[in-house]
Design a protein around this ligand. Structure first.
Ligand SMILES: NC(=O)c1ccc[n+]([C@@H]2O[C@H](COP(=O)([O-])OP(=O)(O)OC[C@H]3O[C@@H](n4cnc5c(N)ncnc54)[C@H](OP(=O)(O)O)[C@@H]3O)[C@@H](O)[C@H]2O)c1
Length: 320
């Protein structure tokens, strides 16, 4: 029987979790083996994880009993919530509570909680530079995660708080890629001014998390920020131009214009970019590329990510 310790991975079929599962499976000498949590063990992605060697178990963040079962017997747990599936910070908070409680009840020895900053520590609700959203948030998909850090502390669970960044994969899946303007030219539209945006390949989040688990107690109780590269909009546009083979121009827009773009979550994203622009020094300082590379020597730069993924970015054909 294997004496490898189990890491239960929430969101194992998703961007962050699958990177961790794959990182563990790719290391034959790993002290760990992954237990992949999914709501549907029969899905193609779940079956692919099983075929690759992961234990795949059924669990739903909204059903605490399934979480306890899935965490039972595990050494570690990677915990993440899924804001964009429901747009509810309260739901994220409740799900984080369920994970913290399940980790406590099952004696998990190391949780990695995939979190983000509570921006209200920088921009109090009384600060009207950006609107308050959903009643009590500035950046809903950040704030509830940051607020939920306390749940793991209160539960007394040994936790590393992993602060992530913008995935470059958003250019493929999240509609964040270059858009053709009325002039027919491609533009990367972000309200970031000249400030640099920390970003990374989403699969590198899992690789960094794997390194944190391997380093044992070193990062328990610590907040750890990661990034692949910090780039300005103009720098990203230049790199996208080379990768796509067509000129992409960076277009800075005021955050209030971005908030009005009308896609679901545009107000949240507009506030997020404004937060990252206005508190750029602190946001970047908390996410060191050098430190991330020390965790994960395979950390990709944007150019490296583009060389592998540039042809997957959907680009609207020019009008003929
Ligand atoms: N996009 C970005 O740039 C970015 C950057 C930093 C942080 N984030 C944060 O990352 C989080 C999402 O993580 P991700 O990108 O890894 O997710 P993802 O790729 O969207 O994957 C979501 C996975 O979560 C599982 N899932 C959804 N609801 C579940 C539930 N109720 N119970 C159990 N599993 C559930 C689904 O698996 P099954 O269908 O197999 O159950 C799905 O495969 C969000 O909260 C977002 O705010 C995103």
């Amino acid at each position: 029987m294997s004496d490898k310790k189990i890491i239960a991975v929430v969101g194992a079929t998703g961007a962050q979790g699958s990177g961790l599962v794959r990182a563990i499976l790719a290391d034959p000498a790993s002290p760990f083996k992954p237990r992949a949590l999914t709501r549907n063990v029969q899905s193609d992605k779940a079956r692919a994880l099983a075929a690759a060697g992961a234990e795949v178990v059924s669990a739903d963040l909204d059903d605490p009993a399934t979480l306890r079962r899935a965490f039972d017997g595990a050494y570690g747990a990677f915990c993440v919530t899924f804001f964009w599936d429901h747009f509810s910070p309260e739901k994220e908070f409740a799900e984080a509570r369920s994970m913290a409680e399940a980790a406590k009840q099952t004696g998990i020895q190391h949780v990695i909680w995939s979190t983000l900053d509570d921006t209200r520590k920088f921009v109090p609700l009384s600060d009207d530079r950006m609107p308050t959203l959903q009643g009590k948030y500035k950046v809903p998909h950040f704030d509830a995660k940051g607020e939920a850090d306390a749940l793991f502390i209160q539960a007394g669970v040994p936790t590393t708080f992993l602060q992530t960044v913008f995935y470059w994969d958003n250019f493929i899946y999240f509609g964040a890629g270059p858009k053709r303007g009325p002039d027919g030219k491609l533009a990367l539209v972000m309200p970031m001014g000249d400030s640099k945006l920390p970003g990374m390949a989403s699969e590198d989040i899992g690789k960094c998390a794997y390194a944190i688990f391997k380093r044992g107690r070193e990062f328990i109780g610590k907040t750890v920020g990661i990034a692949g590269e910090h780039l300005s909009g103009a720098e990203m546009a230049a790199k996208l131009s080379s990768a796509i083979g067509e000129q992409v121009t960076y277009q800075d827009v005021p955050p209030e214009v971005y908030r009005g773009f009308g896609f679901p979550g545009a107000d949240d994203m507009g506030n997020m970019f404004q937060f990252k622009r206005d508190f750029n020094e602190a946001f970047r300082a908390s996410r060191s590329v050098e430190f991330s590379r020390s965790l994960n020597p395979e950390l990709q730069s944007f150019d490296e990510w583009l060389s592998r993924n540039g042809n997957r970015i959907p680009i609207e054909a020019p009008a003929s």
